[in-house]
Design a protein around this ligand. Structure first.
Ligand code: NAD
Length: 288
């Protein structure tokens, strides 16, 4: 061996080894992600997952203190903003705050939500309107502002809707909620079509029941769901696990990883108008 060859044999494996230890570039480095309903529950897990891939993260929520708490661990790379998704002015103001702070947005996750349950005869107009205001109008407003901004930036981008399995199957005694979730899902498909030429991707994640960490499940929804299935509230977790093919309960982190899939151009840069159900698998004949 020449001196140069012996040097290469001795040192190159070491250099290659060092290279293998170098952290892989993060998929969302340099991107700004705006997540609604991020004061807790699934939204705060989404924030964690996007930040772990290098995104600067904005938590927007009607619960302003909660949004700030979620964003706090990210220091300068995180911002909490107060925003009611049903208010046109509030949604526009929240985006303005993000543009002022970070110059733009690359990923928008529309996740804010509520849930309510009642047989149709007992569903009041107020309850119907509340579900549709937050879930249908809210998702429309958040997406409309995203489109205006992303088109102006001409950077492309990713909009992800967190809808629900109830968008696809009839939620028992939950017509107001389920029909609003179905509208979200179809809105996403329509927007995928509209955004295509500008490389604005729009995709939907449908969680099945996520009891852990969700504030929805700390409300009357838990009792109402248990009543709908004729079981005790503390049997719900077992009920939901038993009906899946994989025999699992769905966790906020599972939803966050599905959202990350659509947020990241590396993973899903050629997918739009798609739907990812995170439901543990359900038998073909499944209905609630
Ligand atoms: P959560 O209650 O823990 O979080 C929802 C967040 O939305 C809260 O922080 C709340 O303050 C916020 N919010 C409510 N109304 C708002 C408004 N008008 N403006 C801005 N923010 C508002 O519930 P979660 O389980 O984390 O739900 C997140 C999303 O996932 C919702 O869209 C929900 O419908 C959907 N989802 C949840 C489940 C589940 O079982 N947890 C299942 C399917 C779909």
């Amino acid at each position: 061996l020449t001196a140069a060859e012996s040097f290469a044999v001795e040192y190159w494996p070491l250099e290659l080894y060092k290279l293998s230890l170098a952290p892989a570039p993060r998929e969302l480095a340099g991107k700004v992600a705006f997540v609604t309903g991020a004061a807790g529950g699934i939204g705060s897990s989404i924030l964690d997952a996007l930040a772990a891939e290098g995104a600067v993260v904005v938590a927007a929520d009607i619960d302003a203190a909660g949004a700030s708490r979620t964003a706090e661990p990210f220091g300068d790379e995180g911002l909490g903003v107060s925003m009611d998704v049903t208010s046109e002015a509030a949604v526009a103001a929240a985006y303005r705050a993000v543009v002022l702070r970070y110059g733009g947005v690359d990923v928008v996750v529309s996740n804010a939500g509520i849930a309510s349950s009642a047989p149709i005869e007992e569903t009041t107009v107020a309850e119907w309107d509340r579900n549709h205001a937050i879930l249908t109008r809210g998702y429309f407003l958040v997406a409309r502002e995203a489109f205006k901004l992303l088109r102006r930036q001409a950077t492309g981008g990713s909009v992800v809707f967190v809808a629900s399995k109830n968008a696809l199957v009839a939620g028992k005694n939950a017509a107001a909620y389920s029909s609003a979730k179905a509208a979200e899902l179809h809105l996403a498909r329509c927007l995928a079509e509209e955004g295509g030429a500008a490389r604005i991707r729009v995709n939907t994640v449908n969680p099945d029941a996520v009891l852990q960490g969700s504030r929805i499940w700390g409300s009357s929804w838990r009792e109402e769901r248990a009543a709908a299935y004729d079981i005790a509230p503390d049997e719900l977790e077992d009920h939901y696990r038993a009906r899946t093919t994989l025999k699992v309960n769905i966790l906020p982190e599972d939803i966050a990883q599905a959202v990350l899939h659509f947020a990241s151009p590396v993973r899903s840069g050629k997918s739009t108008g798609n739907v990812l159900n995170v439901d543990g698998g359900v038998p073909a004949a499944y209905s609630r």
